[in-house]
Design a binder for this molecule. Sequence first.
Ligand code: NAD
Length: 348
Amino acid sequence: MALIPPLPVRIVVAGCGNMSRAWIDYTLKRQDCQIVGLVDPDPEAIRRTKEAYALTEVPTGPDLAAVIRDSKAALVYNLAIPAAHYDITRTAFAAGCAVMSEKPLAESLDQADDLVAKARKNNLFFAVMQNRRYLEQIRSCRRLITDGVIGTPGYYGADFYLGPRFGGFRDLMASPLLLDMAIHTFDQARFLSDTRALSVYCHEFNPPGSWYQGNASAVALFELSDGSVFCYRGSWCAVGCQTSWEADWRITGSNGSIRWDGHTMPWAEIAAPEPDQGVRTFLPELNRVDGADVWHGQERHAGCLDEMFNALLSGRPAETDGTDNRHSLAMVMGAIESARTGRRLSLA
Ligand SMILES: NC(=O)c1ccc[n+]([C@@H]2O[C@H](COP(=O)([O-])OP(=O)(O)OC[C@H]3O[C@@H](n4cnc5c(N)ncnc54)[C@H](O)[C@@H]3O)[C@@H](O)[C@H]2O)c1
């Protein structure tokens, strides 16, 4: 059982960029939390955040250990660029703080394993933001699967095609799509299938017209631990015919298929009972089953943060605990390594 911090939970925000706004907005609505420090190597980012949220009195600066010490924080929000995630979480753990981190958990599996081990050894809470699990639609899609509506699933397919022009760190990363975005879709596949990946074969590339320095497109094929297959096709430099940020899904099972376009509620088409027992028709009659509304919590970041705080304050691991999230990161790292070597890679 992880240590439960005293109330109000004293929080240092490490990384005062764009994403910090969602986290701070959420936090300021809670009665049981207090933002007590801001950390960023960029003084301008700190100044903007201080002013926007009237946090004028809190300790600030580039040195996380010093700000934790001066503010007596118990929890660190790790919202910096991915390259800084490992050092920030390590420093927070060394100071005895719990950590809630933006994805990706770290930039390598060795780093991830080290952080997970440190959290476990020191009884510290460690959870990772996977906001795309906290949506009415994906919960509904999962319920269609777990209720057995399509029988036994054998295939999960996700298409992700968008062309955002971020500028900044993503334009410079070697694998911007796989490391910064596909972690969401891979984690969604694990969430939907309740599995881990056993192997991956991936081809990563940077198509004509891409404005990224690294590879902004990839096709990856995973073998999942229940024997099913997950096929991911994605691009972050696709102009036109764009999919949703949640990806466009097709899941096929032994008795039917689910479609979820990431914009609207999922639905299934399943084989109707055969009119003549024992006689199989060439193509069966199909019945439509609409996904039910089964999620009544908040959505996106707020939904994941609700779960993280419920877990933190009751001493249990969060649904997106580092130990579990490591398996989603393993899919990302495995895909990158498979693309580099041109070989199918075991993740078992
Ligand atoms: N969950 C999501 O849907 C989602 C969406 C966007 C971004 N993100 C993640 O959020 C994180 C931040 O992304 P962003 O869009 O806010 O980027 P950003 O570039 O707007 O902000 C990053 C901030 O981190 C700061 N920083 C760099 N090194 C630091 C360090 N050592 N200590 C403290 N701060 C440091 C930078 O100065 C900058 O202010 C990334 O990990 C990104 O992948 C998640």
